[in-house]
Design a protein around this ligand. Structure first.
Ligand SMILES: [Zn+2]
Length: 135
């Protein structure tokens, strides 16, 4: 299995440590990497009414806030050794900014790549911006 670089692991572990997950006790970290190499981290942020924000959504918000609109790579790190794949809502959110070449990598806490997806394998035949009339 391959390993991501130590700076990225550090970024993910910091985000994981900052996750606010008092209800699920399931902290998650994500990093969105854009084609120019810029990276945006996020963690899950839960709230008492249970409509919290996923790590992927948090990182995508940071990316969009910086004016970025395309994903080259998505990194997701969960709390354990299980595959912490993006939820259905986040798959659609990633799809919004993905290309056919975007890679979604699910990592262990040590930065080991447990599994790599393309958008097509993560969310086959997905609905996307192309299905809507041109604006
Ligand atoms: Zn999600």
């Amino acid at each position: 299995m391959s390993q991501v670089d130590s700076a990225l692991v550090e970024t993910l572990l910091t985000a994981l440590g900052n996750a606010y997950a008092p209800y699920s006790s399931h902290p998650v970290a994500a990093v969105m990497e854009c084609p120019d190499g810029q990276q945006f981290a996020g963690c899950n942020v839960e709230v008492a009414h249970y409509k919290g924000l996923c790590a992927e959504a948090s990182a995508i918000s940071a990316m969009a806030t910086a004016g970025q609109r395309e994903l080259a790579k998505v990194y997701v790190m969960g709390p354990g050794e299980h595959l912490c794949t993006p939820c259905g809502d986040c798959r659609q959110r990633i799809r919004e900014f993905a290309t056919p070449d975007t890679q979604i990598l699910v990592l262990s806490r040590e930065g080991e790549v447990l599994k790599t997806y393309t958008m097509e394998t993560l969310l086959p035949d997905a609905f996307g911006p192309e299905q809507l009339p041109a604006r």
